[in-house]
Design a protein around this ligand. Sequence first.
Ligand code: ZN
Length: 247
Amino acid sequence: MRIGILGDVHSNLEALQAVVDKMRSEEIDNWVQVGDIVGYGADPRPCLALVQELDCTVCIGNHDAAVVGILDTEYFNTYARAAIEWTRGQLEQEDMDYLRNLPLLVEHSEFTVVHGSQYKPEQFGYVLSKVEAVESMRVQRTKMAFVGHSHVPALYMQREGTELADIEVLYDSEIDARITSFTRVLMNVGSVGQPRDEDKRAAYGIYDTATGEARISRVSYDIETTQKKIRAAGLPSVLADRLSLGV
Ligand code: ZN
């Protein structure tokens, strides 16, 4: 089974379309989205429609949860909060219902999908360090887990016959690994719509359960169009500016 994973789309339609176009040539059997479909960008409805059209396995992100009122916006910075409030005004009832009904964590036979840490997923804890990865992987029941939230790609891997505390880590803007000799793996797929690893290209993940291929790839997209839309919508201009820097 070849799984294509989308992380943190954040209403960036140009990035999402570029990534999906590229992924369509990768013979994907199952599509996954790790939450935060909306927030920050100017195209929440078209992004929601495309994720639904792909029939993605989806979990809820903290921005999705805030838009529908499950999570208090006091936990967000000023720019994020402004975007959440703007997004709320754009969505139809059906969009709100879709987001509200997304699960916090999905456990498939081959993989787990969660936005932040698998440990207390309702707290949307970040997995940025080895310690946080170990805490998350301690409760992981499938060989593979896909997460997002930090917008920074990473692969945390427990090799066969080793302790969880001794996981191996790969941090890079693009990663191409084989995980056949690992028992548990946590893959942070990076972000489609707002990368923060100083690589402005949109990120996506591929996992092949037959070959053990676990890969993060990048795609360039029309950032200028996205920025124009963000500014024209009256969203904070910093949300447009940061896209050119990948921060
Ligand atoms: Zn996010």
